[in-house]
Design a protein around this ligand. Sequence first.
Ligand SMILES: [Fe+2]
Ligand SMILES: [Fe+2]
Length: 281
Amino acid sequence: MPTPADEAAPTRWRRQKQFTAAVHLQNAHMPAVSLTLPKDRELFAFIFARFIDGELTGIAEGRAMQYAPDLKSADFLARQIRDEIRHARLYKGLLAYVSPERPSPRQSWLLKQVTTPVSGRLWIEHCFLDKAVGERWVHYLMQMLIANTKDARIVKTLRAIARDEVTHIAFGEAQVKTSLAANRFMAAYLWGLYLRVDYALALVHRLTRALVRRRYSIEATELLDMFFRDYRELALQEVAGLLGVPPQRSIWRLLKSQIIYWARWPFVGWRQNPERAFRAS
Ligand SMILES: [Fe+2]
Ligand SMILES: [Fe+2]
């Protein structure tokens, strides 16, 4: 049954949600995974602590506001920052709920380096890497938790946050499509930047698998494998569809985009800002 937020979302995003549901159906052969309290207290605490880290990077969206193309985009960013701050508070509440007496589990330095978004100084890079891609991955993880958690409070909170994340992703996608219409070179360039994320996620899987197997349940390990295997493939298809490129992995493509990114980083994005656009309009 579609929610009001689903109805408000663009058709494309609804199609993607249906595709996500199809992936779940494909995984119907997998043993049912059921995360519960108190059994999975430690795993929930680890995940919610990482979600708090992620939501707080939303404050960094303020930097992107300086090179937003117009006041309307800056206004969306301002609302998004408020959303992310509210989400951080909600996750803090969930962390206290699942693990009231223990300190928040720390993130490893290496994991942080791999998962921290690096989105350059161009508005299009920000919208693509942080919103269309980064928030998409967060949303996948939330969907997986919602589908496999047996706890009303956790599921209800995750659903409420997920509704906001859908609007952030849809905004990023719309900005990417507008940019692609004006510059087809951009599709190949962004695909190379996406592959950086794709390979980094494969690395995160390798880094975390042994740790999760050692510290958490067999079910948690199964969920992690499902997340990195099935959702990595789903993301490859969806992002390639967004950009209109073949969903092929290529180290060469990744390196080319990365070299372009580094080479022009000091020079681009200085002239664009919402105040200038507002005064010129
Ligand atoms: Fe958020
Ligand atoms: Fe978000």
